[in-house]
Design a binder for this molecule. Structure first.
Ligand SMILES: Cc1cc2nc3c(=O)[nH]c(=O)nc-3n(C[C@H](O)[C@H](O)[C@H](O)COP(=O)(O)OP(=O)(O)OC[C@H]3O[C@@H](n4cnc5c(N)ncnc54)[C@H](O)[C@@H]3O)c2cc1C
Length: 302
């Protein structure tokens, strides 16, 4: 049997020292790594470098609000922990609550979901929408990078060899908007990798012009898509059918022509029209849509 050298640090400081010394592969929940390194049935996965298990480091398990009012989530927090935490923003809790199935949600971490850099990953949608940043730490120091820049493209991230993601910082939440929307299209009730997931948020000024509008979509290109140019079409103006159609047409172009574009464009067009239609009518309550039409077994009541 091939041996894998495995480290189990007890503190973040120890983990960063090991990372710097042996460039170990960081293993959090292992739900991506164990699959990507798997061999045939009956054989253990192979790793070409030592592995460092970090999921129980106490420094990576905290969720708190910092002195700027931003939600800070330790990179080792699982989807189940994020879904259950009322401190976490609504869009992110929706995404975390509908990832994989119950077992997966108890092991998959937010750090792993971001570092995996899959365009179909569920947490980047809300994180792009809410201008989230990752905190990256090494023995040499700390830096913060917007998630939208950290994920460079498919399976490519801006992480130095000696660094780890230690925290995800989310400056906005549903409290900053009048209406919110999140919808994941998948083929099954559980273990459904996203066909497309759309997150939206909208805030009005007192005179009914749009103060802020945001839209992000996963699985629409080599990484999650968000375009401030498209959002700006409607910001500062009153919602009208013509403007909604302008947004719809402009967002069509954001969706990659290689990503089953007709299906994804049509799905997005319908969601955008439905969202603005409801907002313009000033629907009761601020949640326009969630996954509720498609209840997933084991998802908690949010
Ligand atoms: C059956 C199944 C269903 C799934 N369903 C979904 C789904 O619905 N939605 C979805 O988005 N994903 C899904 N996934 C993918 C996967 O579960 C997620 O991407 C998960 O969040 C990965 O987290 P992890 O902790 O398991 O990562 P790991 O497998 O431990 O690591 C993944 C990558 O991230 C790196 N990494 C982890 N933590 C850190 C850190 N702190 N600093 C630096 N690098 C780090 C690792 O080195 C590795 O490269 C599914 C996977 C499976 C097997």
């Amino acid at each position: 049997m091939e041996e894998v050298k495995c480290y189990m640090p007890e503190t973040l400081e120890e983990a960063l020292e090991i990372k710097s010394r042996v460039n170990a592969i960081v293993l959090a929940g292992g739900s991506d790594l164990m699959v990507s390194n798997k061999r045939t049935i009956g054989l253990t996965p192979v790793f070409d470098r030592p592995v460092m298990i970090v999921r129980n480091l106490p420094e990576l398990k905290k969720i708190y609000i910092n002195d700027k009012g931003e939600c800070c989530i330790g990179s080792g927090c699982t989807s189940a922990e994020i879904a259950a935490s009322k401190l976490c923003p609504w869009h992110l809790r929706q995404a975390a609550n509908r990832m994989g199935a119950i077992g997966l949600r108890n092991s998959a971490t937010i750090g792993g979901n971001i570092a995996n850099a899959s365009p179909k990953g569920d947490t980047p949608g809300p994180l792009y929408l809410l201008d989230a940043r990752v905190k990256l730490q090494s023995i040499h120091g700390t830096r913060e990078v917007p998630v939208a820049d950290f994920i460079v493209k498919f399976k490519t991230i801006d992480l130095h060899e000696d660094e780890m993601i230690t925290e995800v910082i989310v400056p906005y939440s549903e409290k900053d908007f009048d209406y919110v929307f999140w919808h994941k299209v998948g083929t099954r009730k559980a273990n459904a990798i996203s066909k497309i997931t759309v997150s939206m948020a909208l805030k009005f000024n007192a005179d009914d012009t749009v103060k802020d509008f945001r839209l992000s979509a996963t699985a629409t290109g080599s990484k999650t898509n968000r375009s401030r140019d498209v959002e700006n079409i409607i910001i500062g103006k009153k919602i009208s059918t013509e403007l909604i159609e302008e947004v719809v047409q402009a967002y069509d172009k954001v969706i990659s022509p290689r990503a089953m574009p007709e299906f994804r464009r049509e799905a997005t067009r319908r969601m955008i029209r439905r969202f603005f239609g409801e907002c313009a009518r000033h629907a009761e309550g601020k949640v326009i849509e969630t996954y509720d039409g498609y209840r997933m077994p084991g998802a908690i009541e949010l």
